[in-house]
Design a protein around this ligand. Structure first.
Ligand SMILES: *[C@@H]1O[C@H](CO)[C@@H](O)[C@H](O)[C@H]1NC(C)=O
Ligand SMILES: *[C@@H]1O[C@H](CO)[C@@H](O)[C@H](O)[C@H]1NC(C)=O
Ligand SMILES: *[C@@H]1O[C@H](CO)[C@@H](O)[C@H](O)[C@H]1NC(C)=O
Ligand SMILES: *[C@@H]1O[C@H](CO)[C@@H](O)[C@H](O)[C@H]1NC(C)=O
Ligand SMILES: *[C@@H]1O[C@H](CO)[C@@H](O)[C@H](O)[C@H]1NC(C)=O
Length: 188
């Protein structure tokens, strides 16, 4: 009986102490980043925004997917209103980050315990967080993985996560073959 109380008490103590050191551990960049770990298509599972404006914009998307190739190419596909938008950028990884010059954004990969996830932190040029995105090879993650993401968002003073509807369709992956590059256009 005493042992149980001792454990409960320890948990309470560690909870009340968790604020700063725990947050430091939760929001570390991936270091070192292995570009091979970025490979493969992933879809967005949840996002956390720093402003209600970003949140409204985020909610207009039905789904989004990303893929990295060779740590040098970054493709995104957004689906809203039954149409697909394909974007592609060449990137240069610098440690665990890359610059997204055309948007004045720096993207940093943060650590996550979710094995097939990528957690992307978008900062503006003053290095202030704007948005956090959790991508996975699955459409939904485990509750404990979502709880971790919510804790990370909270540590960064971002709004609670908006979870994507996993039943909404994804856009087809873009083919390198031109004829198949725009799935919205029927080949006639
Ligand atoms: C892969 O990336 C390296 C630099 O990180 C580059 O030198 C090489 O050309 C790239 N390969 C392809 C196929 O793009
Ligand atoms: C989707 O369609 C609605 C109604 O046609 C429109 O108001 C909205 O702006 C569209 N959203 C996007 C993201 O294009
Ligand atoms: C990205 O790099 C490839 C070759 O590595 C080049 O063909 C392509 O034009 C580049 N795209 C952009 C948007 O700069
Ligand atoms: C990026 O920053 C430059 C200079 O600060 C500014 O002129 C430009 O409009 C910004 N671009 C975007 C997409 O915000
Ligand atoms: C970066 O974002 C912060 C907070 O969102 C804002 O106060 C600051 O002006 C922004 N800096 C730039 C260069 O946009």
């Amino acid at each position: 009986m005493f042992a149980v109380w001792a454990v409960a008490l320890l948990c309470l103590v560690s909870l009340s102490r968790s604020a700063d050191p725990a947050c430091e551990d939760l929001v570390r960049p991936v270091d070192p980043l292995d570009p091979a770990h970025l490979e493969g298509a992933r879809s967005i599972v949840a996002g956390s925004m720093t402003t209600p404006e970003y949140a409204e914009k985020f909610k207009t998307r039905d789904s989004a997917s990303i893929s990295f190739v060779n740590g040098t190419s970054f493709s995104r596909v957004f689906r809203s209103n039954d149409s697909c938008q394909y974007l592609n950028s060449n990137i240069t990884l610098e440690g665990s980050s890359f610059n997204f010059h055309q948007y004045n954004i720096t993207v940093t990969f943060l650590q996550t315990s979710c094995p097939d996830c990528l957690l992307l932190r978008f900062d503006n040029m003053s290095k202030e967080l704007q948005r956090l995105y959790l991508f996975s090879k699955r459409r939904e993650v485990e509750q404990k993985e979502m709880d971790e993401f919510a804790a990370q968002a909270q540590c960064l003073n971002s709004l609670p996560p908006i979870v994507m509807d996993p039943t909404k369709p994804l856009c087809p992956e873009e083919m390198s073959n031109d004829a198949e590059a725009q799935p919205d256009k029927k080949t006639e």
